[in-house]
Design a protein around this ligand. Structure first.
Ligand SMILES: Nc1ncnc2c1ncn2[C@@H]1O[C@H](COP(=O)(O)OP(=O)(O)O)[C@@H](O)[C@H]1O
Ligand SMILES: [Mg+2]
Length: 214
């Protein structure tokens, strides 16, 4: 374990990781530890966990350099990554209970984050509202997390897949705000990304392909 500590509190059991808060030099930090998957051959399992941890660290850095709000990485080893702890709910947890003004602000930040990621040649790979934290503060700022499935890509198709996933996530978790959310997110996305139109066109194709397949 990277940070043996008396204070270690598990805050989330993700799909592939255990997330805990611990203290380092008196500051709270977040430890993301990718857990063993029993259905994978052990050697392969270890390789995948290390690989995703490395990817996450690398792409988190790339995103931050591109001006996307994402947690700072303090340290990594093996399948563990220690990063900045962001206090605040995920968008998935808070969007449905927010006022309209706050929702609109969140959409704008979501669209801008997606645009900045894509502009920097990053496909997030799991761009859902569970992977966005609205960090407490004045103003509240949207942070993008969970870069384990990300990759560097300038391909329009990859960017459109990100948008498709985001759309599906909003449909699934925030259905009554779907139209409002999508309109505002796309507006901000276009505003911050000159070739947004191409990604949106490709998104249309993905949707049509899906529909025909049923
Ligand atoms: N840096 C962070 N600060 C605060 N909470 C976090 C942070 N990173 C992750 N979390 C919390 O843990 C959950 C799972 O983390 P995530 O990186 O998305 O792992 P998984 O790959 O398992 O989905 C998030 O939805 C969020 O609630
Ligand atoms: Mg996640």
């Amino acid at each position: 374990m990277l940070a043996p500590n008396l204070f270690m509190k598990t805050i989330a059991m993700g799909a592939e990781a255990v997330l805990s808060i611990t203290k380092r030099d008196g500051e709270r930090v977040l430890v993301k530890d990718r857990i063993r998957k029993g259905y994978r051959v052990p050697e392969l399992d270890e390789r995948i966990r290390k690989q995703r941890t490395k990817t996450e660290m690398r792409l988190l850095g790339r995103a931050r350099r591109a001006g996307v709000q994402a947690p700072r990485v303090w340290d990594t080893r093996g399948s563990e990554i220690i990063m900045e702890w962001l206090e605040g709910p995920t968008i998935k947890e808070c969007l449905n209970g927010m006022s309209k003004a706050k929702r609109l602000d969140a959409y704008e930040q979501i669209g801008r984050a997606a645009a900045n990621l894509h502009k920097a040649g990053i496909m997030h790979g799991d761009l859902t509202t569970s992977n966005m934290i609205l960090r407490k503060g004045v103003p509240e700022q949207l942070y993008v997390i969970d870069f384990g499935l990300s990759k560097t890509s300038h391909r329009i198709e990859d960017h459109a897949v990100d948008l498709f996933l985001l759309y599906e996530a909003i449909k699934a978790a925030h259905y009554r705000f779907l139209d409002e959310a999508w309109k505002s997110i796309i507006k901000a996305y276009k505003h911050n990304y000159t070739i947004a139109g191409q990604a949106l066109e490709r998104l249309g194709k993905i949707e049509r392909r899906r529909r025909y397949r049923g």
